[in-house]
Design a protein around this ligand. Structure first.
Ligand SMILES: [Fe+2]
Length: 189
């Protein structure tokens, strides 16, 4: 389940419906997907795409996406730091950024125009669609791993354009995940 932090209100959302409706105001889609049949997180890419083919086809029809693939990065990935350095600065794309997480974690920061920064932490089962033109940046979490389905309208459009605002430098890329949830449950008990 995703976790959304609204910094200026010192608020954290953990409820799926609350998250979806909050993000919808920025044009961001958030959904939870269930596979049509069990598929291991380390299954071959074709098996992953097959297990989620219904959802992928629906999304393709909705968003005009033409291709889907599976990206896989982890601590052992050669050139990981260099790869991440392209996306951990505020940027936008000419096409939507669509990710469905199979394994690992990711942290999107979004800065809506005339809006305040919001962090969206995603994990396995989370789909996020960040519309084209949205200012954002991306980090991995402590596990340094993400495996995700990506959908593209046009792979050429996925080149980052940098805002050079340096706003991203004001936000530590900290994932809360289970730490936050265990803290909440102990506060409630
Ligand atoms: Fe991006």
């Amino acid at each position: 389940m995703a976790l959304v932090r609204i910094f200026d209100q010192d608020q954290t959302l953990t409820d799926q419906r609350e998250i979806a409706s909050y993000l919808a105001a920025f044009g961001i889609d958030y959904e939870r997907w269930q596979p049509a049949h069990h598929v291991a997180e380390d299954a071959p890419a074709e098996a992953i795409l097959q297990a989620y083919s219904n959802e992928i086809e629906q999304l393709k029809a909705r968003g005009g996406y033409v291709t889907a693939d599976v990206i896989d990065v982890g601590p052992e990935t050669v050139g990981l730091a260099e790869m991440l350095s392209k996306f951990n600065r505020e940027h936008w794309h000419d096409e939507d950024e669509v990710r469905f997480v199979i394994a690992g974690h990711g942290l999107f920061h979004i800065r809506p125009e005339n809006g305040r920064v919001v962090a969206i932490e995603v994990e396995a089962g989370d789909l996020i669609r960040v519309p084209r033109g949205t200012w954002h940046w991306f980090n991995l979490c402590a596990d340094c791993r993400i495996r995700a389905i990506r959908l593209f309208q046009d792979v050429v459009g996925w080149t980052p354009h940098y805002t050079d605002s340096h706003v991203d430098e004001n936000f530590l890329p900290v994932c809360l995940g289970p730490t936050y949830l265990s803290q909440v449950s102990s506060d409630e008990s």
